[in-house]
Write a protein that binds this ligand. Structure first.
Ligand code: B3K
Ligand code: ZN
Length: 877
């Protein structure tokens, strides 16, 4: 694949005003006729030939203004259609192609999932349906006519509003859909199938009646009710918070079981991985419910941020993704607990984005070059992209931010925009020059922020120096200081919050406790500070940076007790835990006695005793950092066995010390109550799970007995799965009995069986690798279903550090074998799996060598897809 560069962007040579598609669905030979109204783009290169994108297409015929073209008039390959001589005046181009949806295992373009036909066109799937200018800055008005066998596909859907329908000879029927809004081809979608439906209505603020429909597998209709509720809440929220109304008569959602990602925001016809639609108390966990709410909202919010205003080119992907993630995070924060949502979002960022930014796949939020765009749907573009929008709001304030968004919607509606366009609206709304801030989009890497305080007893002043540094990333050796909003508070020795007075800061900075660091260092001297204060920095995680080093342990204990910023209270607990775990690692390495952590244990005891006030927060604060967190924090020379042992040892210490408190909480929260997925109930369940895990850590036999009875008696999947996860860890007969019972109970329910596969892949025991290999021969395992592959293989590679990184290389061999087998079928999913190796250089030398050898083997594979080759090559660079 050739390199595509942002700097090379040129407008298209032609524009396509309207597209009329006529699609005759057939399992192996779907007929596609596309009538395109074309004209030269005044901004394009004069006299340029018409070059249309294709991918694995079979061309049947081409007509210009109704006249069939002879072979001398065009050149066609499966990947391209070129017309050298085209009329200078606007003209119609009619192209007939054949596509085979059954053979489409890449799940890009038109494919089959179960018995249904569906599409996925972002980023470059439309060219797998017909030849087209398949780029996001070519916007057209689409009319789609679909016909199909009526018994095979009684439901026919596409973008926009429904038009005529009717029967055809031979048991077929047709439906016409018209989408009045110009859109790029990546937002095209169609669905044909025999599906059940849940319907509802929504009345927009201005009185438009919208018919809502969620289409699911027959018999699963009841499981779509929560998604429907989330959809209606999303629609209302976007009106209230952003003044955005829905704009069509219908909004359709279709859930399919074979899908490369979470979901897709096609105009008026969102297509979802059924994992993000289907839920019932018996089959879905609290985490699943929260995920459905967030993804339903995310795709709906794209209607404005992505569809009405789209991206000029794929380098601008964060323009729609970062912004829409920001919007869905805000929605979830309003629906649930803001503090707990923020903690979860930051955990996600640190889990997925920080390692990306610290390794060979690091790239700016707006990349400058790509070989395969599908590999840039990353945590950096999405999650760091969302953090940039959040920082922008923090810097200019809520009112200016909202005004800037209004300008953006007003000015760029119906266009394909850029990051510069977006920023210009906020510069205008706030009167601020945002050119320095824009560096966040072009500079990769996570800044390290440090604070250094010095207290002057006599002068009663406290001089605080903020410092930033960014390590080089691939292709970016030189780094400049970024604009970092640092939210800050000072606490006195009795936990009281101190007033901020200083001559070194703007009054609004002092009033808001928000200091801008835009140089390498900045010192602010605070006045009237009665005694050595405790610094609470980066409150609410005000910028996507690493704060290093963490404050002294005594300060962390104080913050845990007195900080009124819940994020930093949680952070204090995490920092104490990290310190305790790494102290164990160091001692173990030195052969010294393992240190205990009385300060941390005491802090947890306090959290546990006050847990009732906010169970969800307490559950987060009581949870140890995961092994993946530890590997990232270690940063280099990572030995997963050491980390596992240290973490487990600390957990045992805590479990023994807090046994009676944990048991009491567990008993209290175990009193049966009917399941409700709301945040408060979910919070109590998560605290109950943490309590059970603590009991088990202190006394495995007791934990196992409690888990067995919870598993047997559970009235919902959250409790059942929590018990099964604990049994999986504790091992023995109870574990195998529980896995067998779980399978027997849920056999045939794919989303639940995914959980069954996933939990087995997490067992931290040597036999697990063979267990995973055996599970790959299980009749329910299939390489064709992305959810299944991610459940078994993705979880093994990303969540079972000790086994995946086994010193005999067996885990790496397993992954390599699967990647090479999967790559020809579904390169996108294979490439994604391979990125689990992206942090390979942080491993200790033996494992590093083992991984490097596998990566070299993968790049050497003949016929490797562009997707997988791109990841492997960059990982090795
Ligand atoms: N926009 C889609 C992602 C498409 C990924 C293509 N490989 C989902 C989303 O972010 O809403
Ligand atoms: Zn998105």
């Amino acid at each position: 694949n050739v390199a595509v560069r942002l700097a090379d962007y040129r407008p298209a040579d032609f524009l396509i005003d309207t597209v009329a598609l006529d699609i005759s669905l057939h399992r192996t030979e779907t007929k596609v006729v596309a009538r395109l109204a074309l004209r030269r783009n005044p901004k394009g290169a004069p006299g340029a030939p018409l070059v249309l994108d294709g991918d694995e297409l079979t061309l049947v015929g081409v007509k210009v203004d109704g006249r069939p073209l002879g072979a001398q008039d065009y050149t066609a390959t499966p990947d391209q259609l070129t017309l050298t001589a085209v009329p200078e005046a606007p003209f119609t181009l009619e192209i007939e192609t054949r596509v085979d949806p059954t053979a489409n295992t890449q799940l890009s373009g038109l494919y089959r999932s179960g018995s249904a036909y569906c599409t996925q066109c972002e980023a470059e799937g439309f060219r797998r349906i017909t030849y087209f200018l398949d780029r996001p800055d070519v916007l057209s008005v689409y009319t789609t006519r679909i016909d199909a066998d009526k018994s095979e596909a009684p439901i026919l859907l596409s973008n926009g509003n429904p038009g005529e329908t009717g029967d055809l000879p031979g048991g077929r029927h047709y439906a016409v859909w018209r989408d009045p809004f110009p859109k790029p081809s990546y937002l095209f979608a169609l669905v044909g199938g025999d599906l059940g439906v849940v319907r509802d209505h929504f009345k927009t603020t201005s009185g438009r009646q919208v018919t809502l429909a969620i289409h699911v597998e027959h018999g699963k209709e009841a499981r779509a009710e929560y998604a429907m509720d989330a959809l209606k809440r999303s629609m209302r929220w976007d009106e209230e918070k952003f003044g955005r109304e829905y704009d069509l008569d219908v909004f359709n959602i279709v859930a399919v079981s074979d899908f490369n990602m979470g979901a897709m925001e096609n105009k008026g016809l969102n297509i979802f991985n059924d994992k993000y639609v289907l839920a019932s108390p018996e089959t879905a966990t609290d985490v699943d419910y929260a995920g459905i709410e967030a993804v339903i909202a995310h795709e709906y919010f794209h209607n404005w941020t992505g569809n009405r205003i789209t991206c000029r080119d794929w380098f601008q992907l964060c323009l729609k993704e970062g912004l829409t993630v920001f919007r869905d995070q805000e929605f979830s924060a309003d629906m649930r607990s803001r503090a707990v949502e923020r903690i979860g979002d930051v955990r996600g960022l640190r889990l997925a984005q920080f390692p990306e930014d610290a390794g060979p796949l690091a790239h700016p939020v707006r990349p400058e070059v790509y070989h395969e765009i599908n590999n840039f749907y990353t945590a950096t573009v999405y999650e760091k992209g969302a953090e940039i929008v959040r920082m922008l709001r923090t810097l200019i304030g809520d009112d200016c931010f909202r005004r800037g968004m209004d300008i953006y919607f007003e000015r760029f509606d119906g266009t394909a925009a850029t990051v510069e366009d977006f920023l210009s609206c906020f510069a205008e709304a706030s009167g601020r020059d945002l050119s320095h801030f824009a560096l966040w989009y072009s500079q990769a890497g996570t800044p390290v922020l440090s604070t250094e305080g010095s207290y002057d007893q006599n002068a009663k002043t406290f001089a605080l120096t903020l410092r930033q540094e960014i390590a080089p990333t691939p292709g970016q050796q030189e780094k400049k200081p970024a604009v970092i909003p640092v939210a800050l508070a000072l606490f006195g020795q009795n936990g009281e919050k101190l007033d901020l007075e200083s001559a070194d800061a703007r009054p609004d900075e002092l009033a808001r406790g928000l200091f801008e660091l835009s140089d390498s260092t900045r010192t602010v001297t605070f006045k009237n500070i009665p005694s050595q204060p405790v610094v609470s920095a980066l409150r609410g995680f005000s910028a996507p940076v690493r704060l290093e080093p963490a404050p002294a342990s005594a300060d962390l204990e104080k913050l845990l007790a007195c900080d009124d910023d819940p994020f930093n209270r949680w952070q204090a607990a995490q920092s104490l835990a990290l310190r305790a775990i790494f102290a164990r690692v160091d001692a173990a390495r030195a052969g010294a006695p393992l240190p205990s952590a009385p300060g941390y244990v005491a802090a947890l005891r306090t959290i546990l005793s006050g847990a009732d006030a906010d169970p969800a927060f307490a559950a987060q604060a009581l949870s140890l950092p995961s092994e993946t967190d530890l590997a990232r924090e270690a940063g280099s020379n990572v030995d997963p066995d050491e980390l596992f042992a240290a973490r487990f040892g600390l957990l045992e210490e805590i479990g023994r010390a807090l046994a009676s408190e944990a048991e009491a909480i567990y008993a209290r929260l175990s009193e049966a109550s009917p399941y409700s997925p709301d945040a408060a109930s979910a919070g109590r369940r998560s605290l109950k799970t943490v309590a059970l895990d603590l009991v088990a850590a202190g006394d495995p036999a007791k934990g196992s007995a409690l888990a067995e009875s919870q598993f047997a008696a559970a009235g919902n999947m959250t409790d059942r799965l929590a018990a099964l996860a604990l049994l999986a860890l504790l091992g023995g007969d109870a574990r195998e009995k529980a896995f067998a019972a779980f399978y027997a109970q849920f056999e045939g329910d794919a989303l639940v069986i995914d959980k069954w596969f996933a939990l087995q892949a997490t067992i931290p025991e040597p036999a697990t690798t063979q267990r995973v290999i055996d599970l790959m021969s299980h009749p329910d395992f299939s390489l064709s279903n992305p959810n299944r592959v991610r459940s078994l293989i993705g979880v093994f590679a990303n969540a079972n550090l000790t086994r995946f990184h086994a010193l005999d290389g067996s885990g790496y061999d397993l992954l390599t074998k699967i990647i090479l087998e999967l790559d020809p079928k579904n390169p996108q999913v294979a490439a994604r799996l391979l990125s689990s190796l992206r942090s390979w250089r942080t491993m200790e030398p033996r494992r590093r060598a083992l991984i490097e050898a596998r990566l070299r083997r993968i790049v050497a594979q003949e016929g490797l897809s562009a997707d997988t080759k791109d990841i492997a090559t960059r990982a090795l660079a």
